[in-house]
Every structure is written in structure tokens, then in C-alpha cells.
Write a protein that binds this ligand. Structure first.
Ligand SMILES: [Mg+2]
Length: 218
């Protein structure tokens, strides 16, 4: 008897893994963010400045993990996720590596604020290093601190690490609305709340998962 056919991959995973459009959108976001930086940096004077990026689906492409889980007809589990992170094998999201190099070339700092657990921070740094991303600081999630806003503030106040002074954060990049200061899915209908996008906030497309999954139907 033939083995049962593997489940078909959801369209969102196929789109990220195979489409030209996903690559174009990611590159478009990073190109706009870099262009905006080139305009902004000359206005900053002597300020020590930086950018804050999320990790998963912003710098690190975990669609291979999503593919493996989908083929098992299974969703995220903590154990399978830890196994994937420990491989340190996620490829880069298109445009991300060049962008972080541009930030450094312009004299800025690169901070990654991720909700990967603190115990997974080592392999996360190893994965970034393998891709040629050299962040000045990676802030993983301490138990009970899923909200990124306190970490954003510590970066701005200079208390996030003894090795990093207070930063004027000029841009945030993420795939989840909660990667941006003060924002949640509750902003959906508020047109004014989108004003910083394309200026200080830049979104990377992620149709595979996110805080949007908990939204009620319109
Ligand atoms: Mg993410």
C-alpha cells in the first residue's frame, strides 16, 4: 500500500518560499528603510543612533520550519521550534543582510529585539553570524516579557546592555504589528496610526503566522 500523501502546503508557506512577490516586497521594505536612513542621518547631529529589528520573518526566514511542520500536519510546538533554532540554519529574509551593513556603514547601531526565548539566544546569534549579520545587541525574551516595549525603552535609555549607550532609535523593522512601539492589532481601523509606516516603521510581509491570527472577523 502506498504511504499516505503528505498534506498540501498552505498557500502562505508556498508564497513565501516560491514567489517573486515575497522577495520583491521584502527588498522593497529594506530599500525604503535604507533610503530613509540616508535622508535622516545627516539631521541627527552627534546623536548616537540605531535601528531596531525583529528577528523571525524580519531577518531570519523560518519558512523551512513552517514547511516541515505543515508536512507533519502539525503546528508550532516548543520542542520542534527549539530543535529548529538550534540548527542555526535559517536563511536571511531578502534585503536584511545588506540593510544591516548599510546601518553600520552610515555609523548606526543594529539592535535585534526578538521574542525568541533567552535560552535560544546563543544559537540565534550563531545563525545571524552565519548570515553575515553582526548586531551590536540581541535582546531575547526573558520569561514573562513578551511585550517588546520595555526592551525598546531600555535601548533608548541606554540600560539594555553595559556595552551599548542610549540610542536615538530612528527606525523599527518587523513583520508583526507588535514589533512597533505601542502598536497592537487594536490599531487596525485607526488610519492615523499608520502615519509612521514608510518613515520610522517598515513592515516585512509574513502571511504564515502572527498576532493577526487572533483577530476576530470584521
Ligand atoms: Mg517576527
Amino acid at each position: 500500500m502506498a504511504p499516505p500523501a503528505a498534506p498540501a502546503l498552505p498557500g502562505a508557506i508556498v508564497w513565501v518560499r516560491r514567489s517573486a512577490e515575497y522577495r520583491a516586497l521584502s527588498r522593497q521594505a529594506y530599500t525604503l528603510a535604507a533610503a530613509h536612513l540616508r535622508d535622516t542621518v545627516p539631521t541627527l547631529g552627534d546623536a548616537t543612533w540605531g535601528v531596531i529589528l525583529d528577528a523571525d520573518e524580519t531577518v531570519l526566514d523560518n519558512s523551512e520550519y513552517e514547511r516541515r511542520r505543515a508536512l507533519l500536519d502539525s503546528a508550532y510546538t516548543e520542542a520542534s521550534w527549539a530543535e529548529w533554532v538550534n540548527e542555526a540554519a535559517a536563511p536571511a529574509v531578502p534585503g536584511a543582510v545588506t540593510f544591516t551593513r548599510t546601518v553600520h556603514a552610515l555609523g548606526g547601531r543594529v539592535v535585534i529585539v526578538t521574542n525568541r526565548a533567552d535560552v535560544l539566544c546563543g544559537p540565534t546569534r550563531a545563525n545571524l553570524d552565519r548570515l553575515g549579520v553582526d548586531p551590536d545587541l540581541v535582546l531575547c525574551q526573558r520569561p514573562g516579557e513578551g511585550d517588546k516595549n520595555p526592551r525598546f525603552r531600555r535601548v533608548q535609555e541606554g540600560t539594555a546592555s553595559p556595552d551599548l549607550p542610549a540610542l536615538t532609535v530612528v527606525e523599527w523593522l518587523g513583520d508583526n504589528i507588535q514589533d512597533f512601539p505601542g502598536l497592537t492589532q487594536a490599531m487596525r481601523g485607526d488610519a492615523a496610526a499608520y502615519a509612521p509606516f514608510g518613515h520610522a516603521f517598515f513592515v516585512i510581509p509574513n502571511p504564515m503566522y502572527g498576532s493577526w491570527q487572533r483577530n476576530e472577523k470584521p
